[in-house]
Design a protein around this ligand. Sequence first.
Ligand SMILES: Nc1ncnc2c1ncn2[C@@H]1O[C@H](COP(=O)(O)OP(=O)(O)O)[C@@H](O)[C@H]1O
Ligand SMILES: [Mg+2]
Length: 254
Amino acid sequence: MLKEVIATRFIAPLREGGSLPGLVEADDLGVYVLKFAGAGQGRKTLVAEVVCGELARRLGLRVPRLVTVELDPVLGLGEPEQEVQQLLKSSGGTNFGMDFLSGALGFDPLALEVSPEEAGRIVWFDALVNNVDRSWRNPNLLLRRGELWLIDHGATMIWHHNWPGAAVSAARPYDASDHALNTFAPDVAAAAARFAPLVTEELLAEVTAEIPDVWLAGEPGFDTPDELRLAYARPLLARAGTVHQRIHGLQGDQ
Ligand SMILES: Nc1ncnc2c1ncn2[C@@H]1O[C@H](COP(=O)(O)OP(=O)(O)O)[C@@H](O)[C@H]1O
Ligand SMILES: [Mg+2]
């Protein structure tokens, strides 16, 4: 189970990315980056954050700790900005949160040398979950004390927007040409050899068990949250074995 915290104070909106996450303080005195359940992108973004974040962590990649954040809409009452107030008001209940890494910087490819091994692992992982949001324009990688941390997995697993076509969609290749780590000669074959055998039914069951039921309830075509959890696991299990052969656009490829 993800740790559950209760938001006690809204600190500020974070405006760097495409969505509008917020920074909140919680009842455990921690500071968290919060993604709103009531945001336009919807609950699927939050599910994707949990599935990919917890999967990446179990593979040994660095991901800040994930939590759920209970939000009382009254926290929005004093918020001067209309847009932020609206988000707070519409997000009562369970939201997604991530440990705020204080002092972390955005990844700058010119300021850090990434090994082919590490680049390969991250590219392979992004290919597995079909992450379209790790480009050099928008790397969604944080750097702290010389180490890379993965954030922002909301734009992954495109197949969860159309379950009947999920198997076909999950069979498609992954285009890594704009990937933030493409210039570091990612060794995806080595990553595949290490990671693919780890992505088992058991591991995916463990990962999908972390998704709060409330974000899964009511999905058309599924009777229970657990049925939908299996639907999340299936394409990942199917992709894991061979996805490295379907990564194209890597530098050095013909
Ligand atoms: N855990 C974190 N620690 C520190 N800064 C973060 C963290 N998560 C996000 N940020 C900052 O907030 C920005 C927006 O967050 P992100 O998850 O990328 O959302 P989006 O791109 O959907 O708006 C990031 O680019 C980063 O600068
Ligand atoms: Mg982002």
